[in-house]
Design a protein around this ligand. Structure first.
Ligand code: LLP
Length: 422
């Protein structure tokens, strides 16, 4: 459920008609609904209410400081994968004790920064990584809580580019090697084992892979405890999928996911952490664009928008589907026809959808890409020298620009010409 609905024939974000935002901010623009963000966070929080837990929002999904502050103020922890994300979370007022640091390639500088500024736990992914962290933490005279991300070799049944829990992925340490790795970590200074971490992929629409992975984590918890390690926390990753197409069967909801967690690991008495990103932010944001031209091609018609692959790369990168709807609701029964929906960037990959049925569209008409709140703005670029597009947050009958559109001058003035060319 989200808060982007037609009211009086016009698509609204909560109580704000989208044309009002378009008139003041221009297009393309990302628009987020605060109520939807909070609702999705709360669904996860309630799904784990049966025991101690922390929902650590995966900052990578949508990392605007305003979004982080909204969620952080509601009690969310944060899962970060870089110093930049850590700094964003801190800028949003989230304390270090609610931030977990994940990722396969943390640099020495990043480790030092989070250790100096406070961190709840670091999720370790390799031998060289934990040896480096041990050296840094002991030089600083501190002990840092750590988990090891284990790779359970489970097929997440998702897009190959976002599956992370198979043995041929770069992530984690093979679960079969976990005992020897935990033994080595226990012998190293500066590291305090607190639990186990696992994350098998993103956009999972079936709970069985989670169940299989969590069962392996439960067995490992017992084994490691028998080896004398204190396993008090389980970080069970993110990955629950969202319905991108209204027509599809709805994927499982957080309550069902929370039940799987309870079934598989609830008896262990551990504090549960999860790292959802997409389900919190995905359907809480839309990308609004304007039609530039309707172009008749050879046997197909093109809808050329002012948004492009640099603004929303998911269709070009993963062949991802986004529902694309007109901002002014078509009259009931109006005929649709197929369009290829494209942006102005100079490559054929800049195609959002092929043969998509749309009601008649005229130049200047506003359209909205649904489900664009996660991995939308954060993955955008200035390719073709198209300035990054603004982000707007709506809450009830108020809205604010939470990232302005840079001017062309601002974009160009970041470059500098070396003196010998002057
Ligand atoms: N934790 C870890 C360690 C992760 O690698 C990820 C996502 C998450 C949590 C959050 O997963 P979520 O709940 O959002 O599924 N750019 C891609 C998605 C990449 C996801 C990478 N890792 C896309 O647009 O589909």
């Amino acid at each position: 459920m989200d808060h982007f609905l037609y009211q009086g024939g016009v698509l609204h974000a909560e109580d704000i008609p989208l044309p009002e935002i378009a008139a003041s901010v221009g297009t393309p623009a990302y628009v987020y609904s605060a109520a939807t963000l909070l609702r999705h966070y709360t669904l996860f929080d309630e799904a784990l209410a049966w025991g101690p837990h922390l929902v650590c929002y995966a900052v990578k999904a949508a990392s605007n400081v305003a979004i982080l502050k909204l969620l952080g103020d509601a009690g969310a922890g944060m899962d970060v994968v870089s110093e930049g994300e850590y700094r964003r979370a801190r800028a949003a007022g989230v304390p270090g004790e609610r931030i977990v640091f994940s990722g396969v390639g943390k640099t020495e500088g990043e480790m030092r920064h989070v250790l100096e500024n406070g961190i709840r736990q670091i999720n370790l992914e390799s031998e060289p990584e934990y040896r480096m962290l041990s050296r840094i933490a002991s030089e600083m005279g501190i002990e840092v809580p750590v988990t090891v991300r284990v790779n359970p070799d489970v097929d997440a049944k998702t897009h190959e580019k976002i599956a992370t829990g198979k043995s041929d992925n770069k992530f984690g340490i093979p679960i079969a090697r976990a005992r020897e790795v935990y033994a080595e970590i226990a012998s190293l200074p500066g590291l305090k084992i607190t639990g186990i971490d696992v994350h098998i992929g993103s956009q999972l629409t079936d709970l069985e892979p989670f169940r299989a992975a969590y069962r392996k984590v439960a067995d490992l918890t017992e084994t490691l405890r028998a080896d004398g390690h204190a396993i008090d926390r389980l970080d069970l990753g993110g990955g629950l999928g969202i319905p991108y197409a209204r027509s599809n069967l709805a994927p499982p909801v957080p309550l069902e996911y929370g039940q799987v967690i309870r079934d598989e690991v609830g008896h262990l008495g551990c504090e549960i952490e999860i790292e959802p990103g997409r389900l919190i932010a995905g359907n809480a944001g839309i990308l609004m664009a304007s039609t530039i031209f309707v172009k008749e091609g050879e046997g197909r018609d093109f809808l050329i928008l002012d948004a492009a692959m640099n603004d929303l790369i998911r269709p070009a990168m993963y062949g991802a589907h986004h529902d694309i709807i007109p901002v002014v609701e078509p009259a009931p029964g109006v005929e649709t026809r197929p369009f290829d929906i494209v942006g102005p960037v100079c490559e054929s990959g800049d195609t959002f959808a092929k043969g998509r049925e749309m009601s008649p569209v005229d130049p200047g008409d506003l359209i909205a890409f649904r489900s664009a709140g996660a991995y939308g703005a954060v993955m955008s670029s200035e390719y073709n020298s198209r300035p990054l597009i603004p982000e707007v947050l709506v809450q009830g009958d108020q809205y604010a620009v939470i990232r302005p559109r840079p001017t062309y001058e601002e974009m160009i003035s970041r470059d500098s010409v070396p003196h010998w060319l002057d």
